[in-house]
Structures are given as structure tokens and as C-alpha cells.
Design a binder for this molecule. Sequence first.
Ligand SMILES: [Zn+2]
Length: 467
Amino acid sequence: MRALTIIFAGPGIMRADIIVSGCAVLTMGRAGIIERGIIAIRDGKILYVGGESEAPSFESDEIIDGRGKIAMPGLINCHTHIAMTLFRGVAEDKELSTWLRETIWPLESKLKPSDVYYGALLGFVEMIKSGTTCLLDMYFYEDIVARAAEESGMRCVLAPGIFDAGHKMLGSILLRRALKFVKKYHGKGSGRIHAMLGPHAVYTCSPDLLRMIGEEAARLNIGVHIHLAESESESINIRRIYGKSEVELLDEVGLLRPNLVAAHCIHLSNHDVSLMAKKGVKVVYNPISNMKLSSGIPRVKDLLDAGLTVGLGTDGPASNNCLDMFETMKVAALLQKALYRDPRVLPAKKVVEMATIDGARVLGLDHFIGSIEVGKRADIILIDVNKPHLTPLHDIYAALVYSARGSDVDTVIIDGKVVMRGRLIETVDEHEVMRKATETSQSLLSRKSLRGSLIKRLLRRNKDIGD
Ligand SMILES: [Zn+2]
């Protein structure tokens, strides 16, 4: 194919793989908003970003016309359980512990690796179509999720779930299995797949297990992802058993560190908040799941005022019921305004930061993604603003948080590769993925319990991950 040349007034000609031109660029970096900008991508990285008037000329095989669109960093979903797309709509209007014990855990006990594959692919298709380019996932069979991520082009941080829940030796075996996963998959998918350890929660992991996880994470210099202070009754229970809060317990076992990513953080004392801030713990706010399961409302303003970094998550599709981060951004802002009875709380710009650069900080990937800046990986979405609900466009941040929807995303680039163009996914057949996921979900719901518990089957798969 003959390279196209795009001429600007600046000096020189640069060679690029992809050029995006003529759009407003919301960099989420030092350059702020560039009114009429150009982005050049080469070898998966951002080679140039700036105004068209000062840009050099470019030569490229692919020029994407960004007129009428906003380019911004891909959204980062910092907490989900992606394969739970299969459980969407099967357990409605239940409180967390009832929801888990009556529906989710019995269904999960019947899960097969092939179920997780189609559940994850469906989730990735939904995410790409609504502008998410990176997620932090905690679930079973993360090696299968990694395969789906490689095929779909998604960027992932994958945390295999670890728990012992009173089963002697189970925790250490699952930890060993997770460590094998880390060794095999961390940095795979051309660097798009990262790994963390995923102790499920303080109430499902013993202090000894949590301590072992902390030691291994420190040895490998990787992050740890956990549900923290989500359920009031479990938080009370922990205090009754151990005489301390969940946060104090995590501090005692050495897990309160800058690379601990704690989802929810609802039932915290002021002392817990200052301890977490002192240790640099990262927080994920999941407003829709918290509302749907009536878990409570985290005091996000207080967390931010204490100096904590907070990202946004959808949580699993069974407690949300969708993975649209635009919806999450809107609810995130509105819920905090209502909680504090102050419209100045969580202004739109801060919410966009939470869904982009702060999310990258939460995952420890801010040197890599989260803003459109030279040298970072090219995770970029284009939003079509030629829509009635985005007209007139006075304030880009407000439009993105209060008016935009996932379906306004037109083009998605992950790691310098176009994965969606004009709302058509280019990496997988989305209709086939929906068909297979529907079949899988129906088969799972009608399936009798599998022979042996999920735990036994998880342990049997130990060999599959490899050493
Ligand atoms: Zn969760």
C-alpha cells in the first residue's frame, strides 16, 4: 500500500503507523485539551500529539479522520469479574451475602473453563464498544481470560482469585497456582497482559494466607487486588473475631502498601482512612454495584481529601448489570454529590481523571497508559460528538460525564492497534461471541452440579498453568 502524506506547517516529515487528525484531543496530561489536534502512533506508542498548526508533516498508511470527534485516553475499569457476564440478570434485587450464597456461589460451583472463555469474550466486546481499553479482573481461570484478552486485543491486569474459607491448605495451593499464572502470563500479549495476586476478601482469607500473599507480592514486585470493607456485616464480624478492623488486619499482615488495590472501601473509620493514606493504598469506587447490592456509599470526598488515589470500577456484570464506564462516571459523580449534599463534590474533570489517569495510577501503569502523551502506549478512543445529547458542546468534561454514553464511542485503539472502527469490532466476530455466550449461559443455568466441587476442579487445573 502506498503511504499517504499529511502536510502541516511544522518542520520535517515523520513516519507513523496511524495518524488521527482533526479532532479535539483530551490528553489528560500536561497539554490539557488541544482544540484541533493530531495524534501520531508508531510501534504501539504515541509518537506525537499536538495542535495541527504546529505539527510536522506525516507519512502514514492509515489516516483516521477525527473531525467531529473527541480523542481521549481509553477508559480504565479498575474492578470487575469479567466472566460474570454469563450471570447478568440471573440474581436480581438481593442483598450481597444472600446474592453470593443463594445464586452466585452455587452457579460458580458449576463453572467450566470454556464458560469463562465465552463470558470473558462477551465482556471484552461490551467494554470495547463502550470505550474501555484496560481492566483489572479478579476471577477463576484467569489463564482462560488471558486467552480471550489476547484474541480481543484488550489490555488487562488479571488477578487469580485466592481464598481459603476455612479449608486447610486450600489457600496456599491456590496461591501457588496464582504464582504460576504470574510467572507464565505477566507481560504476555505483547505486554498487554499484567498480573496481580487476588485474595478475595479479608472474610474469605485467613491472616496467615494474607501474610503469605503479601510476602510473595513483595518478592515479585507485583500488585495485590482485594475486596475491602464492602459488607457492613462482614466488617463487624472481622472486628468481633480479630478485635480490629479489616484495614488494621491488612496492616498487621503487611499488605497495606502502595500496590494494594482495594475495591469498595465503604465501611471505614477515620483511622482506617488515614492509615490507608499513610501507606499509599489505592482505592476503587464501584458506585453502581454498591447501590444495587445496598452495600452502602463510600465517602469518596474524604478518601480524596486524605490524599488517596481513587479509580473507578463497574464490578462484575451480575451486580451492575453492564460494563459501560460512561454510566459509571455519571453515577460516581451524582452519588457523591447527593451523599455530601454538595454539587461541588467530584466535579466532572476529576471524574474523567478517575476513569483515565488516576485509574492508571491505581493499577501502577501510569508510566505506560492513562493519558495521551508522547512515549505512552496508544490506548485511545474517539467519541462521536455529532449527537443531539452532546449538542451544544460547551464543556467537554461535563459532556463526557453527564451526557455521553458508551454507544457514542466510534473508534477504539489499544496498544496502537485499531480494535473498533465506526462501531465495528475488528478483532473478533461480535455476533458470534454473543451467540456463544448466550448458549454457554443457558447451558450453565440448566447444568446439574458438576462432579466434585469448584475447589477440587480448580486444584486439578493446577497442572494446566504449567511451571
Ligand atoms: Zn467485586
